[in-house]
Design a protein around this ligand. Structure first.
Ligand code: GDP
Ligand code: ZN
Length: 302
């Protein structure tokens, strides 16, 4: 961290509303802060140093991050959270499943060195067996699928969240809010009310909110992100994207050309793995889209 002056206090960013931030100081107090200096980028999960002002605080410095989860296209980016250790997708059987979106969450997690898992919600619905069948390929890749009914109880999720910094993602309607409400003790719900009051006062929309989960370990939190239809990964470094596909890793480095794009090149070990049935064709197709997105964004100067 930039050396904080004697008068600064440190805390955790728990909510962002455009250029306004809720900071939970280490002593527990919440301070509504603005950002000093436009060059800083702040996300929930960031540790910051703040200085008191007449009507709240000003963020003066951000600690070095382990990672920063965001989505982006060639033109803009949307920060989700900093210092994240896992991304958990919420899926359910009663809405159509966007499998490309699930795969993108997974790639975002791998690229940021995070664990990825899925909460398969609404086990009480008769269509659940079909969802379980659809999710089998994700389990085969090595990702945990945690089955639960958030409407009844959130506790099956707890052991998976303990001691982690989790970003929850999901298409809207899958049950993300229900799960969060089932997990949060009253104290955390009160925290949200404070945040909502700030939000109402500012007439802005919340992008993301962080909830500490004290029952699950001292340094445990989850971040609720707004339901999203797309998850752009234009910021990924093109030469590193293939490594984020776990099942492709054994084949990388075995192509004839060192800069192989795993497309039409002769002697490509990855396309050979697809032909041999060891990599699913839709995963190779996603690799190609992500490479195209990232390359386009770079051409645009991002
Ligand atoms: P979000 O958009 O992902 O935050 O979804 P919500 O939490 O608002 O839930 C969407 C709908 O699914 C609501 O009508 C919930 O009551 C319902 N729902 C959530 N969890 C369950 C569950 O475990 N079983 C069933 N049957 N419905 C659920
Ligand atoms: Zn190749």
């Amino acid at each position: 961290m930039t050396p904080p002056g004697a008068e600064t206090e440190s805390g955790l960013v728990i909510a962002t509303y455009r250029r306004h931030y809720d900071v939970a100081l280490d002593g527990g107090e919440h301070v509504a802060c603005v950002l000093k200096g436009r060059s800083l980028q702040i996300a929930v999960g960031d540790r910051v140093a703040i200085r008191r002002t007449a009507d709240g605080g000003a963020i003066e410095a951000v600690s070095a991050r382990t990672n920063l989860i965001y989505r982006s296209d060639a033109f803009k980016e949307k920060l989700l959270a900093a210092n994240v250790t896992q991304i958990a997708g919420v899926v359910a059987p009663d809405l159509s499943l966007d499998e490309e979106l699930i795969n993108r969450w997974m790639i975002a997690a791998e690229a940021a060195d995070c664990r990825f898992l899925l909460f398969a919600n609404k086990t009480d619905l008769p269509e659940f067996a079909e969802l379980r069948r659809r999710l089998a390929p994700y389990a085969a890749l090595g990702y945990a699928i945690v089955e639960l009914s958030a409407k009844r109880e959130g506790t099956p999720a707890l052991p998976w969240l303990a001691d982690h910094h989790t970003v929850l993602v999901g298409q809207s309607g899958m049950g993300k809010s229900t799960l969060i409400n089932a997990l949060l003790p009253d104290a955390a719900v009160r925290t949200t009310e404070i945040s909502n009051a700030l939000q109402a006062g500012r007439h802005t929309t919340t992008s993301t909110t962080l909830y500490p989960l004290p029952g699950a370990g001292r340094d445990t939190w989850i971040v609720d992100s707004p339901g999203m239809k797309a998850f752009g990964l234009a910021h990924l470094e093109p030469s590193r994207i293939a490594e984020a596909f776990v099942e492709m890793r054994p084949f990388l480095g075995h192509c004839r050309f060192r800069d192989c794009r795993h497309d039409e090149e002769p002697g490509c070990a990855v396309t050979a793995a697809v032909v041999a049935g060891r990599v699913a064709p839709h995963r190779l197709a996603l690799l190609h889209s992500l490479l195209a997105e990232a390359t386009y964004a770079r051409a645009k100067g991002r």
